[in-house]
Design a binder for this molecule. Structure first.
Ligand code: SF4
Length: 363
């Protein structure tokens, strides 16, 4: 008998670690709030129309915050216009320049992402903090492994996490001394194991919300698995209050993958159907893969949190699909439809898809 785990699809399966609540415009980040999915604009910020379109597409896909790069003065000017044209709160991504940070805050950024290590003067960091305080916005203090000050190419693996934690702890103290607590923390690496280790370490030490991500993760086919392992492991331990999946590819895909990582842990309430398909084996007597593709296409237009299963044979299929709301199994010439584990009809193979579609529509 296959082991069945009864899943409550609504109640979170993981207990979040307690973190403070940080405000970024209309969005709250922290353990008392749902995990915030974010992504980043991948166009030149001076392409105002393109950026607005991409931001709206991300918001439509489910991003609650969108980050945008502000590398130079023309980008600050463009950012000020973009902020006015979109509803989703924006995070200004700042490197090296206090001026760009201040311009972005004054233009309406809800949050800025800052690596204090690349702002040379402490006075400049203080100016950014004072401006953020005056405008009541949040700051993400972001540390990337590659940008750690004392890190050398041959620094041993074991010392790297320690250096990252030491550096971010120094920045946190600096911000706290200035009386600024609207902070989100991030410690990122392109190494999944170190991302897990370093985020566990900061979760132990601080109670600020944590932004999770794997930096420079790669093209989609290379990025999804390590990001899922690193973020999934941390989320399972209750660590992480906002996430971004870094993929060298379309930004909307980042949001879709984020949802796919959160949903199985009960951390994202989806209104979309879930399709389960058996992996197939020598018992299959019909074109299951083609059929499953048809079903997937059809389900794209459905907004119901249902579970649909397409199983290859009548030997194991019905048992394996018992948790599904609707399931089909088939032999060479006929198919069987199951509703909540009970067989409700037998139809000819050629009519199986239409019969399944009607059952799903009637649910
Ligand atoms: S459901 Fe049937 S066809 Fe599919 S993998 Fe299991 S035994 Fe094989």
């Amino acid at each position: 008998m296959p082991l069945r785990i009864k899943q409550d699809r609504i109640a979170p399966m993981t207990k979040r670690r307690n973190t403070s609540t940080v405000t970024a415009g209309t969005v709250k980040i922290g353990s008392k709030c749902p995990i915030v999915i974010q992504s980043m604009v991948k166009l030149a910020t001076t392409d105002i129309a393109g950026c607005v379109k991409q931001i709206n597409a991300l918001a439509e896909a489910g991003a609650k915050l969108v980050r945008i790069a502000i590398p130079a003065r023309p980008d600050s000017i463009a950012f000020a216009k973009i902020v006015q044209k979109v509803k989703v709160p924006l995070i200004a991504d700042i490197h090296f320049s206090a001026e760009r940070a201040i311009e972005a805050i004054e233009a309406g950024a809800a949050k800025i992402r800052l690596n204090p290590g690349n702002i040379k003067s402490k006075d400049d960091i203080n100016r950014i903090i004072d401006c953020a305080k005056a405008h009541k916005i949040a700051i993400r203090i972001g540390i990337n492994e590659a940008s750690i000050r004392n890190l050398l190419h041959d620094t041993p693996y074991k010392q790297r996490t320690g250096l990252m934690i030491k550096e971010i702890a120094g920045y946190i103290r600096f911000f706290e001394k200035r009386g600024f607590n609207n902070i989100v923390l991030s410690v990122k690496s392109s190494d999944a194991a170190r991302t897990i280790e370093s985020n566990c370490a900061i979760a132990e030490k601080f109670d600020y919300p944590i932004h999770l991500g794997l930096t420079h993760a790669g093209l989609a086919e290379d990025a999804i698995v390590p990001a899922s392992i690193a973020l999934g492991t941390l989320l399972w331990q209750g660590i992480g209050d906002t996430i971004r999946i870094s993929i060298a590819g379309a930004p909307v895909q980042e949001v879709e993958i984020a949802k796919k990582i959160l949903a199985p842990l009960g951390l994202y309430k989806s209104n979309e159907p879930q399709l389960i398909v058996c992996p197939t084996c020598g018992r299959v007597q019909w074109d299951l893969i083609k059929f499953a593709g048809q079903v997937k296409k059809f389900l794209k237009g459905i907004k119901k949190p249902i579970r649909v299963a397409v199983m290859g044979c009548v030997v194991n299929g019905p048992g394996e699909a018992a948790d599904a709301d609707i399931a089909v199994c088939a032999a060479a010439d006929k198919g069987f439809i199951y509703k909540k584990g009970k067989k409700i009809s037998t139809v000819k193979q050629a009519k199986l898809f239409n019969a399944l579609r009607k059952e799903i529509e009637d649910l």
